[in-house]
Design a protein around this ligand. Structure first.
Ligand SMILES: *[C@@H]1O[C@H](CO)[C@@H](O)[C@H](O)[C@H]1NC(C)=O
Ligand SMILES: *[C@@H]1O[C@H](CO)[C@@H](O)[C@H](O)[C@H]1NC(C)=O
Ligand SMILES: *[C@@H]1O[C@H](CO)[C@@H](O)[C@H](O)[C@H]1NC(C)=O
Ligand SMILES: *[C@@H]1O[C@H](CO)[C@@H](O)[C@H](O)[C@H]1NC(C)=O
Ligand SMILES: *[C@@H]1O[C@H](CO)[C@@H](O)[C@H](O)[C@H]1NC(C)=O
Ligand SMILES: *[C@@H]1O[C@H](CO)[C@@H](O)[C@H](O)[C@H]1NC(C)=O
Ligand SMILES: *[C@@H]1O[C@H](CO)[C@@H](O)[C@H](O)[C@H]1NC(C)=O
Length: 298
């Protein structure tokens, strides 16, 4: 019996669960929504348009109609802006996960005020797209879908939606696909690592430790790679959206919790390698000293 093998077995199970969560967080409504990769805050979309009288939106006959009923321009601008997004059928936020995206409203309000602080603002998820492997999150398409579903004849062009966002997101799409595949592989390797560690509890030899070192090292390399790739993709996506979206009232924020779990999985796997190396050295030493004491050779 080698009970010390239970510790790396535990590390492998933790890495297994964490990489599983990276893949499945947010795959359906209200399942770990806060573990999003990137969230688009569109609650202020169109904010810029209300300030200028020389924009295409004002030439859209529907806008004049809308303006007539809600009396947005003459009313309180701050309230009108919030109404605007909702009048268009645009949601407050769109959050990207590895296999789908979700959308909904901020409750109790999108903007912090004297009584409602930023901490008190929560997401209320209205729905999510169907989950697919190799999912492409395209904010332009997501917003277009909301506009289409609202039945209001206002296009993204009317909202001055920048084409650079679509291009920028398209450029990093391949990284999300690679990450999806690598998470699947790391789930497989963590599972194998768990099995070999459990087998090593009963197999005292050094060979078992060496096999485990190989498996955990592979799993660690894959996790390191996927965490680096997903971090780059998330940073790049949110920078693109912030750079081009700010002027039209759209901003993005990175999913800190998602990054935390993917890097935690990587770290635990590193600890597992360390545990196996220590185990290997201890077995080696024990062998040598017992050979010496027993006076046996060969
Ligand atoms: C709108 O214009 C006012 C005054 O010109 C300015 O204070 C405000 O920041 C502008 N808002 C936006 C969203 O540009
Ligand atoms: C205002 O509209 C006119 C005509 O549509 C256009 O030539 C001009 O460039 C616009 N100005 C601004 C600041 O957008
Ligand atoms: C706006 O409302 C007025 C009366 O309240 C109506 O006469 C006018 O036709 C409306 N304009 C549009 C574009 O609906
Ligand atoms: C949404 O974006 C607006 C404008 O950038 C910002 O003022 C507001 O605090 C954001 N809301 C949340 C909940 O992030
Ligand atoms: C802050 O927003 C909440 C929710 O919209 C509202 O009930 C409250 O009156 C606001 N407080 C202030 C001081 O505007
Ligand atoms: C959240 O949204 C649902 C509908 O999607 C609504 O019924 C519910 O009241 C909302 N919750 C809050 C706290 O606003
Ligand atoms: C999502 O899935 C449901 C049933 O599984 C299907 O009816 C619907 O058409 C799908 N939606 C999209 C956009 O593929």
């Amino acid at each position: 019996m080698r009970l010390t093998a239970l510790f790396p077995a535990l590390c492998c199970s933790v890495a297994l669960v964490l990489s599983f969560l990276c893949l499945f967080a947010g795959h359906k409504r209200n399942f770990m929504e806060n573990y999003h990769m990137v969230t688009l805050n569109t609650s202020r979309i169109g904010e810029n348009l209300l300030n200028s009288s020389n924009v295409s939106l004002f030439n859209n006959p529907f806008f004049n109609f809308l303006n007539n009923i809600t009396n947005t321009i003459n009313g309180d601008i701050d309230n009108a802006i919030g109404d605007l997004a909702h009048e268009f059928g645009v949601e407050d936020f769109y959050s990207a996960h590895l296999m789908d995206y979700c959308f909904g409203t901020y409750v109790p309000t999108a903007l912090a005020n004297a009584t409602v602080s930023n901490k008190d603002i929560h997401k209320n998820v209205t729905g999510c797209s169907n989950q697919t492997a190799m999912f492409n999150f395209d904010p332009t398409a997501a917003l277009q879908k909301s506009l289409d579903e609202s039945g209001i004849p206002i296009t993204l062009k009317d909202l001055n939606w920048p084409t650079q966002i679509e291009q920028g997101i398209h450029d990093v799409q391949i990284l999300y696909h690679v990450a999806f595949v690598l998470y699947c592989i790391s789930i497989g390797l963590s599972f194998i690592g768990l099995l070999t560690a459990l087998l090593a509890v009963f197999a005292n030899g050094r060979l078992a430790a060496v096999v485990n070192i190989v498996v955990t090292t592979l799993a660690f390399v894959i996790l390191l790679l996927v965490s680096a790739i997903i971090t780059a993709a998330i940073v790049r996506s949110s920078n693109v959206i912030n750079d081009y979206g700010k002027p039209i009232g759209v901003d993005a924020h990175r999913g800190g919790k998602f990054l935390a779990i993917t890097w935690a999985a990587t770290a635990v796997m590193f600890i597992a390698i360390f545990a196996w190396c220590a185990e290997c050295i201890i077995v080696h030493r024990r062998r040598r000293s017992s050979t010496y004491v027993g006076g046996k050779h060969g």
